[in-house]
Structures are given as structure tokens and as C-alpha cells.
Design a protein around this ligand. Structure first.
Ligand code: ZN
Length: 237
């Protein structure tokens, strides 16, 4: 109770102080990260710099699919449906042209429809509207991390590791960061009603199904379970 009182007083005291732009709202030992729209700031605690996100001696493909994706996801929050309504100093400003905003909304709606299609159990669909900010950050973050991986490779050809090409390793590295214990369907349905993040499984499926490079890497063809026609793949940024 005293700890809560102290923390509560600490927060209220901020009202009489200038904004501390160096303050972290996450501890260094948290395996997580965040983007703050009002500070236009990405924070990556030290504890994130370990497997499955990052390993100094691992191949670039795995590190870009893991930590690279994580960083690009946080950056993209500055340009998701909420973040895109703020400027670089954290002020709420409309900086897009009406034409660009309309196009952005149209693509966001396609992404909402994509996630609404995923079914946890017969009749229990994900809520694409609730999770749109995270789904934009996942879909665009994965595309940006892949671009960064290609840039890091430059003219070099990626090594084949354990029978997987560099391109495959990138997507496998990404998917591995979402490996988790299965949860009961009822718990997943409850979570889907309130959590702004899609369940882990759909954070993988939803993001990769929008990447042209993923189809090339694994030769995904029409009729395969993860196939989306090119015109249905969402590209936001
Ligand atoms: Zn996020």
C-alpha cells in the first residue's frame, strides 16, 4: 500500500514539473519495448538484447527477423492509425494531405477486414478494429525489417543454415519470437475481446501473409493455407 501511495504521489508530482524526456516507463530488465507518441521516442530495455530477439553471433537473418522486427514495429507506431495524427514533437497535428489520409484509411480498413476473418473457434473472430494499431505496426514493421536485412546483406549472398535460405531464416527468426505455450480457446476468446494485440499465432500469420517476399521465400502458391492473392495483401508504409 505504501509503495502504491509513493508511486501515485510520484505521478501526481509530475504535474508541477517540466516534462522529463529522459524518463523510461519500463524497467531495464523488462523483455519488452515501447514507442511513446507524445515523446516521439522508442525505448528498448537492455533485457531485450538476448535470444530469441538478438544474439551477437547469430546470422543477420535471425537477428533482423527478431530484434530488427521489434525495432521496426515500435517505429511504425509513430505512423499507425493513432501515431500518424501527431507530429515529431508529440503535438496532435494533421500533417497528411486529405488524399493521403483517405488512402491510409482505405488500406487500414483492408487490414481490419483481414484480421476480422481469423477465427479462434467457429464463430469467434478476432476484432480487427480493436487491434488495428498493432496490426499496422506488425505488417509494416516486418516489411521494414526485411528491407533492412536486404540492405545489410548488400551484394553478399546469405548463407544457407540448417537447410534454410537467408530469406527463410528471416521469417523463421520472426516467427520464433512469438513461440508460446498454447492457451485454452476460451482464454484466447476472452483475450481477443480486450487486448489491443492479436493472439501470438495471428501476429505471425497476419503479418507474413501480407509480405510478397514471404511468398517467394517459401514458394507459397494459390491453394496453400497461408495464401492471399497479391491484390488482397495490405501494404501500408
Ligand atoms: Zn506495438
Amino acid at each position: 500500500m505504501r509503495a502504491r501511495e509513493l508511486l501515485s504521489r510520484f505521478e501526481i508530482d509530475k504535474l508541477s514539473r517540466a516534462v522529463d524526456r529522459e524518463e523510461w516507463t519500463m524497467s531495464p530488465q523488462s523483455v519488452n519495448g515501447y514507442y511513446s507518441v507524445s515523446r516521439n521516442q522508442v525505448v528498448l530495455p537492455a533485457a531485450l538484447l538476448q535470444p530469441p530477439y538478438f544474439q551477437a553471433d547469430a546470422d543477420d537473418a535471425v537477428n533482423y527477423g527478431g530484434l530488427g522486427f521489434f525495432i521496426a514495429h515500435e517505429l511504425t507506431h509513430a505512423f499507425d492509425r493513432a501515431g500518424s495524427q501527431y507530429d515529431g514533437t508529440g503535438k496532435r497535428v494533421e500533417w497528411m494531405t486529405p488524399k493521403d489520409r483517405a488512402e491510409f484509411e482505405q488500406r487500414a480498413h483492408a487490414l481490419i477486414a483481414q484480421y476480422n476473418r481469423y477465427e479462434l473457434a467457429p464463430g469467434d473472430h478476432l476484432n480487427g478494429e480493436l487491434t488495428i494499431g498493432e496490426n499496422i505496426a506488425d505488417t509494416s514493421g516486418l516489411a521494414i525489417a526485411h528491407d533492412a536485412y536486404r540492405m545489410a546483406l548488400g551484394q553478399r549472398s546469405a548463407p544457407v543454415l540448417d537447410g534454410f535460405t537467408g530469406e527463410q531464416g528471416f521469417y523463421l527468426g520472426f516467427a520464433r519470437t512469438w513461440a508460446s505455450e498454447p492457451i485454452r480457446t476460451q482464454a484466447a476468446i476472452t483475450q481477443a475481446l480486450a487486448d489491443t494485440h492479436a493472439p501470438d499465432r495471428y501476429r505471425v500469420l497476419g503479418a507474413v501473409e501480407n509480405q510478397d517476399a514471404f511468398y517467394r521465400a517459401f514458394q507459397v502458391k494459390e491453394g496453400d493455407p497461408m495464401f492471399l492473392p497479391s491484390a488482397s495483401r495490405v501494404r501500408l508504409w
